[in-house]
Write a protein that binds this ligand. Sequence first.
Ligand SMILES: Cc1ncc(C[n+]2csc(CCOP(=O)(O)OP(=O)(O)O)c2C)c(N)n1
Ligand code: SF4
Ligand SMILES: [Mg+2]
Length: 278
Amino acid sequence: MELGTYAENTWCPGCGNFGIMNAVTRAVKILSERGVGADRLMMSAGIGCHGKIFDYLRISGFYSIHGRSIATVEGMKVANPDLKVMTFVGDGDAYGEGLAHVLFAAKRNADITVVVHDNKVYGLTTGQFTPTSKKGFKGGSTPEGSVEDPLNPLAVILETGATFVARSYSGKIAHLADMVVKAVEHEGFSLVEVLQPCVTYNDTYRLYNEQVKILEETPDTLEKAISTARIQNPLYIGVFYQVEKPVYHKELYGGGNPVRDSLRREERINRMRNLLPI
Ligand SMILES: Cc1ncc(C[n+]2csc(CCOP(=O)(O)OP(=O)(O)O)c2C)c(N)n1
Ligand code: SF4
Ligand SMILES: [Mg+2]
């Protein structure tokens, strides 16, 4: 399966997005071997450096706008539940402008997969701070250093009802591929937060290479998962939480599929004719 496209790659050399793209490419091949082929997989992406992954991967989908790609893939899933849908979002995209979408998708257990390219900076717009930037982060909009404490998105998302939450690192491609496969195979809302260095505006390679540690076991309670998400050093990577819960589209209309079950054009016209006095 060839996933490359004609688009010229404009990520900075050394950007963590390359690791994410390699891992996703691996994950898509594994998923295909396990029965989720190109005909069942769709994607979207936000706007930012991360969003360019949409141009570089030959996977069907719709580009979205900044902060709104969660809603885009929720729509795909509700329209055709046979699909597996993934979206690639930035930390600014998902935890700033789009945070309400993330929380409500988690709350209703929408069966979607969200991959967060968390470089803790607005990369595309040249280095402004985001909700996950550390206190003291210096960038274009905070030249004297950010005065805010960062958000802990995983703890918030777990509390909101997410049924699969994981973290990985763009420097550990096999691990990240495994997390993406597990997330897509999970039925329900899944989110993989990826620690992603931005070599130009927030180079965190050394920090992550020192502090990232593989979580040996998935915590078996929500409280333990939230406690693990609160730990800052080491930075655990792995599945923080996984639980089964009814998914949104099945709660909404059972096992149906609006695409498969929709009426043919002639049938719709006949029914309208019967309704209208013509
Ligand atoms: C609705 C809307 N708001 C704001 C912007 C401007 N904008 C484009 S990319 C971006 C920041 C991207 O940061 P992030 O989501 O962290 O992605 P990264 O570039 O770091 O991958 C912003 C604010 C926009 N294009 N559309
Ligand atoms: S600005 Fe940062 S996130 Fe964007 S391509 Fe360059 S290194 Fe990657
Ligand atoms: Mg970012």
